[in-house]
Design a protein around this ligand. Structure first.
Ligand code: GTP
Ligand code: MG
Length: 524
């Protein structure tokens, strides 16, 4: 297999030299995604296709807010607001325990009372899904509860000593990958949930499960740190067995490395039981698990460091959702700059001048919000109908680029039926909150990933435009879309410059934007 090294997507300069073959790459098996046994209902498939096609990925209904029990305080500059804020997406194969762990976190942080849990226990029992009651905290839709599968990304909030967290509980089922992408594109940290139950780790990882695709997507979409929780350690087939934990860790580590994560610096492993609630808020009881001396999940999350974004930089907020509420409200995560009440900004690409009327952060009104905050911003000067998800709220003096073509460096992962990749290839482009049909119109250069740094540069073959490339290739190409999209060079704003290409529901390539048309132009 050729180099699979999306780590280069995080380094500002992704030179071919840097994509040198890593020994661990050879250990990684190609990503497989087609042997999932669970077949989604036809109406589900239709819904997903419709969402992808109609640019509707992040619009209302795809993210569901899980309401806290207590009413939020209507306040601004209190102690809580001084805590940093981070978005954490829960990812992993279907049924790994993402919603159960998310629900347990809310329960342990006092946001769900015993009476509600009892109610869910009864409801889960009535639906013959006894063990799903904790997941019901996050899975609030009837469809999700009946099927025991998350469909829409669930959003909830909790706090540790130093950090306010927004949990984004992504669906694991492969039909809902577009929703997972929408969740991951908003997150800084990922909690990768893996089931240790006999056979379940294997289906998730080895036999074409979603574990690998989720990891690759998370990395590409800007999730810089991963906490890998090895879940269901309480299960009778595991019973807190150290050798099972070690087996999973030793298989995951090389794969995470080839996916671009620095396992020592960016990844943290820990054993857990989401259902019982062990090793989440408090450290593990030695009576339950004698061999684990490490921290619990809350400690790890509280101490995690994420790369800082520039609060003084130009404003960039990709819009994931919008609605009307006595004005136009847009939702999204601020990727750069600070938005203040009263600011004049631009909604791109339609160059609409708008004014910030108010800003809400986790239900609270605030005077300003900076990078990495998830906010809702009320705007004047634009009608709700004139905003689409994928548009970007941007500063006037330094607006985001609006283009219909760009140059990208692509890493081809796995083409359908081992097809070849040539000019004329069509796919669906996912870049921040944008979902657009695109066409590869020109292959510019294939990058030789095997060439080593110490190779004689004179021996380098002259550049030649390739006619086609195959699985595993790294290629620079020109990409076109029909509508204007707001993107940036990866080297300037990584969050707005990295993307995935999907075909027929499968991720076929990951890439980054390397060149844009001259400022003011939408084409080269
Ligand atoms: P999707 O949303 O469909 O991707 O699944 P999920 O990852 O959210 O899994 P969910 O939380 O719905 O749990 C799936 C099943 O695994 C349920 O029956 C849970 O009770 C069970 N489960 C989750 N965590 C644990 C755990 O720590 N121990 C045990 N024994 N079972 C668990
Ligand atoms: Mg779930």
């Amino acid at each position: 297999m050729a180099t699979l090294n999306p780590s280069d997507l995080v380094d500002a300069d992704w030179s071919p030299e840097d994509a040198a073959v890593d020994a661990a790459v050879d250990d990684a098996e190609p990503m497989q995604t087609d042997s999932e046994t669970l077949t989604p209902a036809p109406e589900d498939v239709k819904e997903i296709e419709a969402a992808v096609q109609s640019l509707d990925l992040g619009t209302k209904g795809k993210v569901k807010e899980v309401p806290p029990v207590e009413e939020p305080e209507p306040e601004e500059d209190n102690e809580e607001n001084k805590k940093r804020h981070l978005n954490v997406v829960f990812i992993g194969h279907v049924d790994a325990g993402k919603s159960t762990t998310g629900g347990q976190i809310l329960f342990l942080s006092g946001q769900v009372d015993d009476r509600t849990i009892q109610k869910y226990e009864k409801e889960a029992k009535d639906k013959s899904r006894e063990s799903w009651y904790m997941a019901y905290i996050m899975d609030t839709n009837e469809e999700e509860r009946v099927k025991g599968k998350t469909v829409e990304v669930g959003r909830a909030h909790f706090e540790t000593e130093n950090t306010r967290f927004t949990i984004l509980d992504a669906p694991g089922h492969k039909s809902y990958v577009p929703n997972m992408i929408s969740g991951a594109s908003q997150a800084d940290i990922g909690v990768l949930v893996i089931s240790a139950r006999k056979g379940e780790f294997e289906t998730g990882y080895e036999k074409g499960g979603q574990t690998r695709e989720h990891v690759l997507l998370a990395k590409t979409l800007g999730v810089s740190k991963l906490v890998v929780v090895i879940n269901k350690m309480d299960d009778p087939t595991v019973n807190w067995d150290k050798s099972r934990y070690d087996e999973i860790e030793s298989k995951m580590a090389p794969f995470l490395k080839t996916s671009g994560y620095n396992v020592k610096k960016d990844v943290h492993f820990l054993p857990l039981s989401g259902l019982v609630g062990s090793n989440i808020k408090d450290r593990l009881d030695k009576k339950i698990c004698s061999w684990w001396d490490g921290p619990c999940l809350f400690e790890v999350l509280d101490k995690i460091e994420v790369p800082l974004r520039d609060p003084k930089g130009p404003v960039r907020m990709p819009i994931i959702d919008k609605y009307k509420d006595m004005g136009t409200i847009v939702m999204g995560k601020i990727e750069s700059g600070t938005i203040k009440k009263g600011d004049s900004l631009l909604v791109m690409p339609n160059k609409a001048n708008v004014k910030v009327i108010s800003i809400y952060c986790d239900e609270k009104e605030v005077r300003q919000a900076g990078p990495a905050e998830n906010v809702r911003v009320k705007l004047s000067g634009i009608e709700e109908e004139d905003v689409l998800s994928g548009f970007v709220l941007s500063s006037i003096s330094n607006p985001v680029a609006a283009v219909s073509e760009f140059h990208a460096q692509l890493q081809i992962l796995e083409l359908l039926d081992n097809a070849i990749f040539t000019a004329g290839y069509n796919a669906v482009l996912h870049i921040h909150s944008v979902v657009e049909e695109c066409e590869i119109v020109e292959l510019i250069e294939e990058i030789d990933t095997k060439r080593r740094k110490d190779d004689d540069p004179k021996k380098k073959k002259p550049k030649r435009k390739p006619l086609f490339v195959k699985n595993g290739a790294v290629v620079v190409c020109r990409v076109q879309v029909n509508n204007l999209i707001c993107i940036e060079n990866f080297s300037d704003f990584p969050q707005l410059g990295r993307f995935t290409l999907r075909t027929e529901g499968k991720t076929v390539a990951v890439g980054k934007v390397v060149k844009l048309p001259n400022p003011g132009n939408s084409i080269f």
